[in-house]
Design a protein around this ligand. Structure first.
Ligand code: DGL
Length: 282
């Protein structure tokens, strides 16, 4: 197909309020090793989870607009808070596919629940938006959604406090209303929470029973992004070298501020050393 190849070879744009979205990049790297990724973390304005929908949408337009100026072929909104409020506006403003993280997580949860009760741990903004409840209702009207804002889990993940008494206590407090409701699936609806997966799962099994499913939406999102690109013939086609071996893609990091702890924090979310980031203004 003439004209399609350059689009296929363009990078995938990913953005988040900060560095937490690197959990999604990590999952994308595993699912789509040949893709080039341009990641933008709005580290100067993080957190978004405590801000209002209009502000988050305005910030999101700035981030997405910058990625478009870098020639991306599609945008993955790694941030749950942005995915909860901004995609309709982004889709109106931008002439390229915009993929959020809410619907893939909701679809996976709907497939996993046996009692039709799903819990969601997320930022205050995501919970207030009702986006997960709407997405789950679109999967099945039988599903009841129980949202719980879990704001303390964000700084715990940033600080690397992912094991021990403090995160366990926080997890128990946030899981208590979900246990009272009798959910059998808990969606980790925030970029940061996959770092606390083990502690949340352990506490959830103790409180909700051994069969509870904890859903890390990053993995589900990466799978859906891969299918989306494949279906639209947008997978990086030039990835096959002369010997037929796929060339690995590169990850480029853009940030709006370089925090002092950038190296450790980025490595914690990405699962490997991140390399240098380019600082940009929005
Ligand atoms: N990236 C945000 C999210 O997934 C968490 C951090 C923030 O509040 O900005 O909702």
């Amino acid at each position: 197909m003439k004209g399609a190849a350059p689009r296929r070879d363009a990078p995938l744009g990913v953005f988040d309020s900060g560095l937490g979205g690197l959990t999604v990049v990590r999952a994308l790297r595993a699912a789509l090793p040949c893709e080039d990724i341009v990641y933008l973390g709005d580290t100067a304005r993080v957190p978004y989870g405590t801000k209002g929908a209009a502000t988050v949408t305005r910030y999101a337009l700035g981030c997405a607009g910058h990625l478009v100026s870098r020639g991306v072929k599609a945008i993955v909104v790694a941030c749950n808070t942005v995915s909860a409020v901004a995609p309709p506006r982004l889709r109106v403003e931008l002439d390229l596919p915009v993929l959020g993280v809410i619907e893939p997580g909701a679809r996976a949860a709907a497939a996993a629940t046996r009692v039709f009760k799903v819990g969601v741990l997320a930022t205050a903004g995501t919970i207030a938006s009702g986006a997960y409840a709407r997405a789950l209702a679109a999967c099945s009207t039988r599903i009841e959604t129980y949202g719980q804002a879990a704001p303390l889990l964000v700084p715990l993940a940033e600080e690397g406090w992912t094991e021990g008494e403090v995160p366990a206590l926080a997890a128990r407090r946030y899981l208590a209303p979900l246990a009272a409701a009798g959910v059998d699936v808990v969606i980790l609806g925030c970029t940061h929470y996959p770092l606390l997966f083990d502690v949340i799962e352990r506490e959830a099994k103790a409180m909700l029973g051994p069969d509870v499913t904890i859903l890390d939406s990053a993995t589900v999102v990466a799978r859906e992004v891969a299918s989306f690109l494949r279906e639209r013939d947008l997978l990086r086609g030039g990835a096959l070298g002369a010997d037929g071996a796929a060339a690995p893609g590169a990850t480029r990091l853009l940030v709006t501020d370089v925090p002092k702890t950038f190296d450790e924090t980025a490595a914690r979310f990405l699962g490997e050393r991140a390399g240098a980031a380019e600082q940009i203004d929005l």
